[in-house]
Design a protein around this ligand. Structure first.
Ligand code: COA
Length: 175
């Protein structure tokens, strides 16, 4: 049976390990859904650990055998709009990734369960994600529903086709 990952809150000291997981994960696992042109433009911009997340106390790392194999978290701040007013009932899922050598072992599920528990304890009743096209099944398995296809602006002139997904603490009976 697979060992359950150990989770802890990330710190700025995890920057290198988190960046390594992001690079390995996004570089390998996004290929089935995105062209090389999109990946060449976007990967350099989304595979560095975000210092604000690492310092924020709601970003987590998952360890197996003492090695960081996954990362992910949540914030009230909306990604790409750190200074916009926050909705105290709406959390945003941030920068999830699992090392491709360790997928389908419940690493991201454990991270998501921690996010849901902590976000709800902080008052969030809704969680939102801008999911990559390859992550839709994962988010659905965690109770999110897809509400729209969107292009997430990464920087001027570079967008990442994504899915806007939402999870309500009280599930919609239509789901
Ligand atoms: C999406 C991602 C984080 C999932 O990580 P993971 O650790 O493999 O996920 P888990 O093992 O916890 O999977 C939990 C459940 O999600 C679903 N799931 C996860 N990956 C899936 C896949 N590739 N296909 C279908 N369902 C999947 C399954 O229901 C799974 O449960 P099961 O394995 O018991 O069937 C990982 O594939 C990844 O890093 N992808 C690339 C980066 C990315 O797109 N990140 C999201 C940014 S929005």
């Amino acid at each position: 049976m697979t060992e359950r990952p150990r989770l802890r809150i990330a710190t700025p000291d995890d920057a290198d390990a988190v960046s390594r997981v992001l690079r390995a994960s996004y570089g390998a696992l996004m290929k089935p859904a995105y062209s090389d042109t999109v990946l060449d433009a976007v990967l350099p911009l989304i595979t560095t650990a975000n210092p604000a997340l690492l310092a924020g106390g709601t970003y987590y790392v998952a360890l197996l055998d003492g090695t960081i194999v996954g990362c992910g978290g949540w914030t009230f701040a909306r990604p790409g709009a750190p200074d916009a007013p926050v909705d105290p009932k709406r959390g945003h899922i941030r920068h999830f990734a699992t090392d491709p050598a360790w997928t389908r072992r419940g690493v991201a599920r454990a991270l998501m369960e921690r996010c849901i528990t902590d976000a709800e304890a902080a008052g969030a009743t809704t969680l939102e994600a801008y999911a990559t096209l390859v992550a839709e099944a994962f988010y659905r398995s965690a109770g999110f529903r897809t509400v729209a296809a969107i292009d997430v602006p990464i920087r001027p002139g570079v967008d990442l086709p994504s899915l806007h997904m939402i999870r309500s603490a009280v599930p919609d009976p239509a789901d």
